[in-house]
Unconditional design. Structure first.
Length: 284
């Protein structure tokens, strides 16, 4: 028996279908644990970038995706990325640009018990503000080596408190908070972006724009140098290759005493210098 869907929910599914069909770029977002105020602020910021964010139940979103999968190329590939407390972002802007805006808007926050470590959480070596006491045992429980120096607790060496993907226990969350370590990124969490039948994950979207720009510039320089060495004529190399050929031909003409309009003056000066050298050697 099919689950009953109320007219209101059917209308919401139709609205999602319309947006899915209209926008070429659709991002699946998980807003779990995102404070409402920050969500509204981010929503307003993205609205100025011609983006629409819509929050709906995952079941309704997947139903809308399923309804138009025959009308939009591989849109059903987005369904596995509808996770947690889902939202959809609709835009006609470049997905890499939107991802960069979202990442830059994130802020750091303390971990809470039960959350998943987004990466290996490091407790760095160095001094703390703690006086000697139970904190040493608490740190030791998480294999964080600590000691006493000048009346204060110090972390003896860098330690991984919890590895990426592991659950952060309430006790560890408390220790990290006391150490003022804020490992959690608070903001919109993009799980996947659809564009032209392709899905871009955050691993692809999180490229370093400056690094890519430098790599392209370097590649262009390498190809230019190769074209010059291989004497490949293009609109970029022709002028330099002709200049280089002219310079080499002039040098060859001078070395072989070939008179031209460009070499005659140099060759006459060369001949005069040779004559003076002979004169000096013969004491003439």
């Amino acid at each position: 028996m099919k689950a009953h869907i109320s007219p209101a929910k059917k209308e919401r599914v139709k609205e999602i279908e319309k947006l899915l069909a209209e926008y070429p770029v659709i991002a699946a977002i998980d807003i779990t644990n995102l404070p409402a105020q920050q969500f509204q602020t981010m929503r307003a910021t993205l609205r100025k970038k011609n983006c629409i964010i819509r929050v709906d139940k995952g079941r309704l979103v997947k139903k809308a995706i399923d309804a138009i999968k025959d009308k939009k190329q591989d849109i059903d590939k987005l369904s596995p990325y509808i996770k947690g407390m889902p939202a959809l972002l609709f835009t006609k802007e470049d997905p890499f640009k939107i991802y960069s805006i979202i990442q830059k808007s994130k802020s750091k926050a303390p971990a809470k018990g039960g959350q998943i470590a987004p990466y290996d959480i490091l407790v760095p070596a160095g001094p703390t503000n703690f006086a000697p006491g139970p904190i040493i045992g608490e740190l030791g429980a998480f294999k964080i080596k600590a000691g006493i120096d000048k009346g204060k607790v110090v972390i003896k060496e860098d330690s991984i408190a919890v590895k990426e993907g592991e659950v952060i226990s309430p006790k560890l969350a408390g220790v990290l908070a006391r150490l003022e370590i804020k490992p959690m990124d608070i903001g919109l969490n993009i799980t996947g972006v659809y564009q032209d039948g392709m899905i871009y994950t955050k691993e692809i979207l999180s490229i370093d724009e400056d690094q890519i720009r430098d790599m392209i510039t370097q590649a262009q320089q390498y190809s230019f140098n190769l074209a010059i060495e291989a004497k490949i004529f293009t609109k970029d190399t022709t002028e330099m290759l002709l200049t280089k050929a002219h310079s080499e031909a002039r040098a060859l003409a001078i070395a072989q005493d070939i008179l031209t309009s460009e070499t005659v003056e140099i060759l006459l000066a060369k001949a005069q210098n040779q004559m003076l050298e002979v004169k000096n050697q013969l004491n003439i």
